[in-house]
Design a protein around this ligand. Sequence first.
Ligand SMILES: Cc1cc2nc3c(=O)[nH]c(=O)nc-3n(C[C@H](O)[C@H](O)[C@H](O)COP(=O)(O)OP(=O)(O)OC[C@H]3O[C@@H](n4cnc5c(N)ncnc54)[C@H](O)[C@@H]3O)c2cc1C
Length: 329
Amino acid sequence: MENRVAIVGAGVSGLTCGVLFAKSGFRTAIFAEQTGHRTTSGVAAALWFPYDAEPADKVIPWALETYKVLVDLSGDPRGGVSMIELRQFSRAGEVQIPDWAIALGAHPLHASPVAKVLCAVPNPPAADCYRFTSGFGLTVPLMDTTIYLDYLADRLIAGGGSIRDGVRLDKLEDVSREFDLVINCTGIGSRSLVPDADLKPHRGQVAIVPKIDSLSCAIVCDDEPLMYAIPRANDCVFGGTNELSDELAVDPATTARIVDECSRVLKIGNPQVLAERVGLRPFRRSGVRLGRNRLRDGRTVVHNYGHGGSGFTLSWGCANAVFELASSG
Ligand SMILES: Cc1cc2nc3c(=O)[nH]c(=O)nc-3n(C[C@H](O)[C@H](O)[C@H](O)COP(=O)(O)OP(=O)(O)OC[C@H]3O[C@@H](n4cnc5c(N)ncnc54)[C@H](O)[C@@H]3O)c2cc1C
C-alpha cells in the first residue's frame, strides 16, 4: 500500500479524508485553492440530513455511518458538533417519514397542531399561518462549520498531516510525483479538473443572523420556497435556495426573501443580517463519484466528489469508503 497521500481539496470531504489517512499513519498532505471557511463547506448549514444527493442505495448507508461518528463527536466540546431536534415540515399533504428516519426515532408532528410543535415561539398562531400541513421530528447531528472545519484541520495537523492552500491545479497529474496516491475531493471544482460534465452547480444562498433565543430546534421545509432556520453556537443560519446556477455573487433580493419567510415562520421581527453567503452544491446526476482509477501517469486516484446537498451528512461514510478503496491493493 502507498504511504504518501496527496488529497486535493480542503472542504469537509478533503479534511475528513485527511484526518482518517493521517491517523492511519499515512504521510498526508492536502493541497487546495481555498480552505475551510472559504469553500462551499464553509457556507453549509450544516445539518445531518440526506438531501439532494444520489443514489439513495449508497447515500443512506454512508449517511447512517456518518451519523454514528458524529454522535460520538458530539461528546467532544472542541468539535462544534451537537445533537439537535430537526423539525422537518411539508407545505402540502402528509409528509412521508423515510424508513431510515423511523429507525432513528423520527416521529410524526401532525398528531398535535403543527404550530404548537414548531419550537419555543411564544404564543404560536394557528398552523395555517405557517402554511405547513404536516411534519416529523428527528434528533440529528449539527456541525457548526465555524468550529467544525477548524477542528478537522487541527486533527489532521495533530496527526502529522499538512495543508497547503492557494494551490490551484489544472489537472490531477499536476500533483507532485512525491505522492503515489491522490485523493480527489474538489467538489464542484471537479467539473474542470477531471473534467466531469455530469457535475451541476446547485446554488445555495443563506443569511447569517444573530442568535435567536426562542429557537432551540432546527426548522426545515424542503417544499417551495425552500426554508430553514438553524440555530448555531453563536448565530443562526436562515435559508435558502437551490437552483441550477454558477452565480457566486449574493443576490440582495433573495436575502430579503429568505429573511422575510424565516421571520414569518418563527413569528419574529426581521433580524439584522450579519452576513450573506453563496455556495455551489456539487450535484452529480449519476450519483456521488466514489471510485478508484488511474491517472494518465499511472498513479492511483480515488475520486470522492459530487455529494450535492449532503457533503457533511456523507463525510465519514465516504471517507471510510475512500480509505478502503485506497488500501485495497
Ligand atoms: C447553502 C448550502 C447549505 C448546505 N447545507 C448542508 C447541510 O445542511 N448538510 C450537508 O450535509 N450539506 C450541506 N450542503 C452541501 C455541502 O456544503 C457540500 O456537499 C459540501 O460542502 C461538499 O464538500 P466538498 O469538500 O466535497 O467540496 P468543497 O467544500 O467545495 O471543497 C472543495 C475543495 O476543493 C478545492 N478545489 C476545487 N477545485 C480545485 C482545483 N482545481 N485545484 C485545487 N483545489 C481545488 C477547493 O478550493 C476546496 O478546498 C450545503 C451547501 C450549501 C451551498
